[in-house]
Design a protein around this ligand. Structure first.
Ligand code: ZN
Length: 297
């Protein structure tokens, strides 16, 4: 195994998500792979997922609904244990998915002033000192106000954490080297999987999703991280979110061997970089060569 600990301190990767379970459904195999290589990985979860639904019929019981916030905390802890990564909450309240035209609830993450939320993340960045930060693109990857806000907060904190004039009381400045956006569950992924499954005579449940996605243009992918041998770990992390994942439906349904064959990567767009790296890349730490990493040399 290619251990990454080439200096006294390991490389560090921070993945910022909106709710418990997002760390397991977007980029989880990447986190498990880097953690196994000795990278220090921290998941930051902006909200507690308190306003989420119970999406697994077997778990949709009154006792579960009553204790959902505590259950979701336990689920994300279990999932991060499976992935071999650490996790922290940013400490904001889930905004829920408001109906069209309805404002988000008072005090929730989506209506917290950007500066306040980003300031908390600046503190965590200065404490953890990640070399690479990963989050959602400007669409949130999913039209939920907490996902869009997570993008805004992470970009603001990425830019501010290295600026000594920004929140001098919030710790020593630290400038992460690279910022990435997820390109998970893209139309190209659904199309490739659907075609591969049907070509092998297997059922695909992806037709309706493809129809819904239409043919709008997709963001550029700069970085494909090979991680097929960690899909099994990703799946165990997903299933740790028992209130959110139906083991008989949705993402758990498609054939894993076909996925490993036709789409063995998780994909990203490099959004900011303070180091040189040739695109396309297959490594989030490309350009961060030993001895040249600020803070590691
Ligand atoms: Zn979410």
């Amino acid at each position: 195994m290619n251990l990454r600990i080439t200096h006294e301190e390991p490389l560090r990767l921070m993945s910022v998500h909106a709710h418990p379970d997002d760390e397991s459904s977007k980029g989880a195999a990447t986190l498990a792979k880097y953690a196994a290589q000795g990278v220090d990985v921290l998941v930051v979860t902006c909200t507690g997922g308190e306003r989420g639904d119970v999406l697994n019929p077997a778990m949709d019981r009154p006792d579960v609904r009553r204790d959902l916030p505590a259950i979701r905390r336990a689920e994300v802890a279990a999932a991060c244990g499976v992935l071999g990564v650490r996790q922290r909450f940013l400490g904001f309240a889930d905004s829920g998915l408001p109906a069209a035209g309805e404002p988000p609830p008072a005090g929730c993450f989506a209506v917290t002033p950007l500066e306040e939320a980003a300031g908390r993340l600046v503190e965590i960045i200065r404490e953890f000192r990640p070399h690479v930060v990963v989050t959602y693109d400007e669409t949130g990857g999913y039209p939920h106000p907490d996902h869009v806000r997570t993008h805004e907060v992470t970009v603001a904190a990425f830019d501010a954490a290295g600026d000594p004039a920004c929140r001098p009381e919030a710790g020593e400045p630290w400038r992460p080297a690279k910022l990435y956006y997820h390109n998970a569950l893209s139309r190209a992924w659904f199309r490739t999987m659907h075609d591969a499954l049907t070509a092998r005579g297997l059922d695909s449940a992806m037709g309706p999703v493809l129809a819904e996605l239409g043919d709008a243009s997709e963001p550029e992918v700069t970085t494909r991280v090979p991680c097929a041998e960690y899909f099994e770990v990703r799946d165990r992390a997903l299933l740790a979110h028992a209130t959110q994942i139906d083991p008989d439906g949705g993402f758990m349904w498609h054939d894993r061997e076909v996925e490993r064959q036709v789409w063995p990567t998780e994909d990203y767009r490099l959004a900011r970089s303070h180091v040189e790296s040739a695109l396309p890349e297959d490594d989030l730490f490309a350009g961060l060569a030993a001895g040249r990493v600020p803070g590691l040399a």
